[in-house]
Design a protein around this ligand. Structure first.
Ligand SMILES: Nc1ncnc2c1ncn2[C@@H]1O[C@H](COP(=O)(O)OP(=O)(O)OP(=O)(O)O)[C@@H](O)[C@H]1O
Ligand SMILES: [Mg+2]
Length: 251
């Protein structure tokens, strides 16, 4: 079986500063993997490198999606190939209306799939339905993307985008940070609805409590640009109790 996502000995730098120092990770279709790790260990860097963000240079290794290297692909090509990143810090897009932004994204995806553009009325209805489930208000949908959204509202909006784009590989970078307890449950339900044998997720978090809602198949600890330890969901509990002190290269 070909893995949905395979990260092979990935090295990456920002400027001339090495951040990722040999990451190996295989994610099969349908699996949910969680990544935990101290501040500055390279979790967001890894998510940006997966998404193909400018300024992040891959200096070694490879990233394969369905067996094909993504390294030469632009961010939009990766997105069309099914990669989705929910940002730790979603960016505000002043002047870009939320509804037209979402529609453009969905239509680009449909065009690739050889489908017609989505009917406007049907689209608005679909967005409203999914938005309602995620606690995104109609009023928010009318505003420019993320402009003036609260921290938690931005996170919900990221998951709304994911629900509309239905990616095959979703990377969620600290989607739980800044969410109140109710929002955490709502957003987790939104993510769980999307769990599917053909879709995989990589969930970056600092908190074990998210993993009570989105139960991962595997948990990995990233420290200093490398995965130091991997295990089942019990590893998250271990970290919560003992911190990262006991995590070393031995694993
Ligand atoms: N533009 C940049 N220039 C220089 N160093 C950077 C830059 N962006 C990130 N770094 C460094 O890369 C390292 C990894 O950062 P990254 O954001 O990937 O960490 P993280 O694991 O996501 O941390 P957190 O848990 O705080 O979100 C940090 O030491 C950070 O200072
Ligand atoms: Mg981060």
């Amino acid at each position: 079986m070909t893995a949905l996502l395979e990260i092979r000995d990935l090295h990456a730098s920002i400027g001339d500063k090495p951040i990722l120092k040999g990451i190996n990770l295989t994610i099969n279709a349908g699996e949910v993997h969680a990544i935990m790790g101290p501040n500055g260990s390279g979790k967001s860097t890894m998510s940006y490198v997966l998404a193909g963000r400018d300024g992040y240079e891959v200096t070694g290794g490879d990233i394969l999606m369905n067996g094909e290297s993504m390294l030469e692909m632009e961010p939009d090509e990766r997105s069309r190939a099914g990669m989705f990143l929910a940002f730790q810090y979603p960016v505000e897009l002043p002047g870009v209306g939320g509804m037209s932004f979402l529609r453009a994204a969905v239509n680009a995806r449909r065009k690739d799939a050889g489908e017609d553009e989505v009917d406007q009325l049907a689209f608005v209805k679909m967005v409203r339905e999914k938005a309602k489930m995620l606690g995104v208000s109609d009023e928010m949908l009318k505003r420019a993307v993320n402009v003036g959204f609260s921290g938690g509202e931005k996170k919900r909006y990221e998951i709304l985008q994911m629900a509309l784009l239905e990616p095959t590989m979703a990377v969620l970078d600290e989607t739980d940070s800044g969410l109140d307890v109710d929002a955490l449950r709502i957003v987790s339900e939104g993510v769980n609805v999307l769990r599917d044998p053909a879709r995989s997720m990589l969930v970056i978090t600092h908190y074990q409590r998210l993993l009570n809602h989105i139960v991962p198949d595997f948990v990995h600890i990233l420290a200093d640009g490398r995965i130091r330890k991997s295990g089942g969901k019990e590893l998250a509990l271990e970290v919560e109790e003992s911190g990262y002190a006991g995590i070393d290269d031995a694993a």
